[in-house]
Ligand binder design. Structure first.
Ligand SMILES: NC(=O)c1ccc[n+]([C@@H]2O[C@H](COP(=O)([O-])OP(=O)(O)OC[C@H]3O[C@@H](n4cnc5c(N)ncnc54)[C@H](OP(=O)(O)O)[C@@H]3O)[C@@H](O)[C@H]2O)c1
Length: 238
């Protein structure tokens, strides 16, 4: 049965969000794809999938923007079966170390990368609670958010936002533990070829999006398995 899916950060055709949108559409699902600015690639895809692809404007840094997008979405659907919090950010200083890093860039990154997904969860919760199959929320995290495996001396913004996202995911997982209407996990998706100038990464977003789509269905009702997993479904150290 087709499901209704919300995916954030979907405007870049070479990145993961856009390719997840494509895979769900190809599977016959109905997709709400959010962007913070217009995307030509997504508009073209919408021409191909009229009626099943809806574009929402949503800046996950802003509660007002997320609430407005949820209200817009609620005009078009009664329920959501899956939310993929894919949108993320990194500052211009992300590769710099302490002496050169502007520390005022950390909090805004955490606001987008960690608080943003939970803003989305809170605003879209009434729709998620109405899923007929039991809703799943997937927060796309990263190995960079693992404190246990941290080896870097940079990523002061990105690593912190992903670690905070992991903590918020586990806290929400606990909150919904006894609620069969919703499950929530976070995922290290692996190193993907999402930077047009860099073909070194092993995983191709379009191929990989299908691997993730199939994995998410295995995790929909799994309340007792690992909460922070890799793209193969293995647990990743917090
Ligand atoms: N690429 C990898 O190898 C890798 C590895 C580990 C984890 N990940 C994670 O996997 C996910 C996808 O990665 P990616 O490389 O495909 O991502 P990406 O190319 O960096 O795309 C991020 C998306 O988030 C959007 N975004 C940024 N700030 C936003 C905001 N305030 N509100 C709404 N949207 C916002 C961006 O929109 P604009 O286009 O408007 O800027 C962009 O579409 C991310 O969560 C990333 O951290 C990626």
């Amino acid at each position: 049965m087709p499901q209704t899916v919300l995916i954030t950060g979907t405007g870049r055709p070479y990145a993961l969000g856009f390719n997840l949108v494509k895979r769900y559409l190809e599977n016959g699902d109905r997709v709400f794809a959010s962007v913070r600015r217009p995307s030509k690639a997504l508009a073209e895809l919408q021409n191909q999938y009229q009626g099943t692809l809806h574009i929402l404007n949503m800046d996950i840094a802003s509660t007002a923007s997320v609430n407005a997008a949820a209200a817009e979405c609620a005009k078009l659907t009664d329920s959501l079966d899956l939310v993929i919090n894919n949108a993320t950010t990194a500052s211009a200083d992300t590769m710099k170390e302490l002496p050169d890093f502007d520390l005022d860039l950390v909090a805004p990154a955490v606001n987008v990368g960690a608080v943003g997904p939970i803003r989305v969860l809170k605003a879209f919760l009434p729709l998620l609670k109405k899923s007929a199959i039991g809703a799943l929320v997937v927060n796309i995290s990263s190995e960079a958010g693992s404190i246990g495996k941290c080896y870097r001396t940079f990523y002061l913004d990105y690593g912190t936002e992903k670690a905070a996202l992991n903590m918020l995911t586990m806290t929400m997982h606990n909150y919904f533990r006894n609620d069969p209407s919703l499950n929530i996990i976070c995922l290290h998706p692996g190193w993907m070829r999402t930077n047009p100038g860099n073909n070194e990464a092993p995983l191709v977003p379009y191929e990989h999006a299908e691997t993730l789509r199939l994995l998410f269905e295995k995790k929909r009702h799994d309340k007792n398995g690992p909460v922070f997993i890799t793209w193969t479904g293995e647990p990743y150290p917090w």
